[in-house]
Structure formats: C-alpha cells, structure tokens
Design a protein around this ligand. Structure first.
Ligand SMILES: [Zn+2]
Length: 303
C-alpha cells in the first residue's frame, strides 16, 4: 500500500534535464512512525538534525519521486531544501493530520505567556502547479547578474565538512550554487569561495535575496500576535524536528496500542505495525466497543 502523493516545486532533474516532480509517500503505517521517532532523536530545546540523518529519514518516507522508485538517501540529498520541507510536512499530515498545534512562549520578557498557535498545513504550502525555474537570475542594476540554483540537501551535507567562519561557509555555499556571474563582460563561474566575496556588494545582496525568496518552499517562519500583550512573535519551525518531536511523544502510545491489538486479536507485532494509524485506531475503537458491550457500529464510521 502506498501513501498519498504530492507535487514537488523543483523535484529531481535528471541528466537529460527531465523533471521528476510527482512524489508518492511510503505507506503511513506504524512501522514508519516508529522508524521516524527513532531516527530523529529530539531533545528539549533547540535541535539540529544533521543533513545525512535528514536524508535517511526522508528516503524512508518516500516510495517514489517521478521515475525514481524507492529513492535512497543520496537521491533525496539532491532535493532542494524547500522540497525536503514539503515532503516532511506531507508525511506529517499523512501520519498526524492536517492541523498543527504549536505552543509558543511570548518573547516579551514582561509577558512570557504561553500561547497556542493552530495552523492548517494546507495554508503553509507553496503553489507547485508550475515548476520552479531550474535557474534563477539575480540582477543588480548597472552592476551585473548572477545565475544560481536553490540550495539542496547535498549542499548542506558538503557544508558540514567546511571548517571556519560563517563567511567562509557562505563563500563555499555560493560557489556551489552559482552557475555563472556576469559583471559587464562574459558570464563565468565562481572559481572558488573567495571569488564570491570579491563580487560587488549589490550583486551579492541580489543573489542572496533571490536565494531566500525565489525557491518554492513551505512557510516555516510566521509572525504570531501574543493574545496577552499583543507583542508580535516570530515563530520558526523545522518540519523534520517537529515531526520527530511529535512522533516521539506518541511512541509510547504506539507501543501500548500495538500491545492491545496483538494481545486481543493474536496478531504479530509486524502485522500491527503494517496498519496505517486510522485503521489501527478503528480496530481499537471496535475492541473498546466489544469489551464494554457497546454496539460495534458506534465504533466505525467516525474516523
Ligand atoms: Zn505576550
């Protein structure tokens, strides 16, 4: 059984320039829930999931991307950051539903109230009916232009091995994503990270703005008004961290549910974990009705 499908903004681009944007998720069963909860070890406080782990996790979530069946971590690394977040949110919706409830502490130190933020995942998604351009052109008037592509997971993974200051890392990233620079002459590639910093400042700014705004990506930073003091709080979330955190919170319950179904029906752990969450819950509702003498019909058809 497959999971739901989604359309990626950029998708995978093969060596012939063909696009692969139609993705199909793996079945959202208990096995995937457990695998994700274990893969994304999330602790309280700020969390960073290393790119290699992200790619392994997302590969487990994908059954197909275009012509690529069961993509591995290396293939997933070729997805843009925006597409990777899109997959993570689609998995989140398939496993846990379309509404996201975040709890945010107000940043105003005098207030520091907790407020609930309810989000519909659908409202966060970009319009991917039209494919993202393969290359973006960033222009600084009277200075020149830069042709560049969005940042991929592979870029992030390569950056892990780059020591040094944020400036060195920015140079390395830009040397990877810039295809050509044209400053009043021929379009040439960036030979090395230092060449990025040698570009005129307005051109660097234009390129960074394009990189921040042009790629199709879900909204993961929001402004939320505090209901207590009316301060505006910036809320940022990482879809993979969020998914890991939510699934870990439910991992204990998943074991309990598996135990109940295995015990009463005599099914193996494997058989129970093969069930998608809604099916598992329907059986649990049936079991509860049976054990408490309620009509079984009350247990089905209520989602
Ligand atoms: Zn407040």
């Amino acid at each position: 059984m497959s999971g739901p499908g989604l359309t990626l903004g950029r998708g995978l681009i093969d060596t012939d320039g063909g696009r692969h944007r139609d993705a199909v998720l793996a079945a959202p069963d208990g096995r995937l829930e457990l695998a994700l909860a274990e893969a994304v070890r999330v602790t309280p406080g700020p969390v960073r999931v290393p790119p290699a782990v992200r790619h392994r996790v997302l590969a487990a979530c994908l059954e197909r991307v275009g012509d690529y069946e069961e993509p591995d971590a290396a293939l997933v690394a070729a997805l843009s950051r925006g597409d990777a977040d899109l997959v993570a949110l689609a998995v989140r919706e398939a496993l846990l539903g379309p509404t996201l409830a975040l709890v945010v502490r107000c940043a105003n130190p005098v207030c520091a109230e907790l407020c609930d933020v309810d989000l519909e995942l659908a409202d966060l998604l970009p319009d991917t009916r039209e494919p993202e351009p393969e290359w973006f052109v960033a222009e600084a008037e009277g200075v020149g232009r830069v042709v560049l592509r969005p940042v991929t997971g592979a870029d992030d993974e390569a950056l892990e091995g780059v020591p040094g200051s944020p400036a060195t890392r920015t140079g390395a990233l830009m040397a990877a994503v810039v295809r050509a620079v044209d400053v009043g002459g021929d379009a040439v590639p960036l030979p090395d990270p230092d060449a990025w910093w040698a570009l005129p400042a307005p051109l660097r700014t234009a390129a960074l703005v394009a990189l921040g705004r042009r790629p199709l990506a879900p909204t993961t930073a929001l402004q939320v008004g505090c209901p207590a003091c009316r301060a505006v709080n910036e809320v940022r979330f990482d879809p993979i961290v969020l998914l890991g955190r939510e699934l870990q919170a439910g991992a204990g319950r998943l074991l309990l549910e598996t135990h109940c179904l295995a015990f009463h029906y005599g099914w193996s752990e494997d058989a129970v974990l093969d069930l998608p969450r809604d099916r598992r819950w329907t059986y649990l509702a049936l079991l509860r009705a049976q054990l408490t003498g309620q009509p079984l019909e009350t247990a089905v058809g209520h989602g």
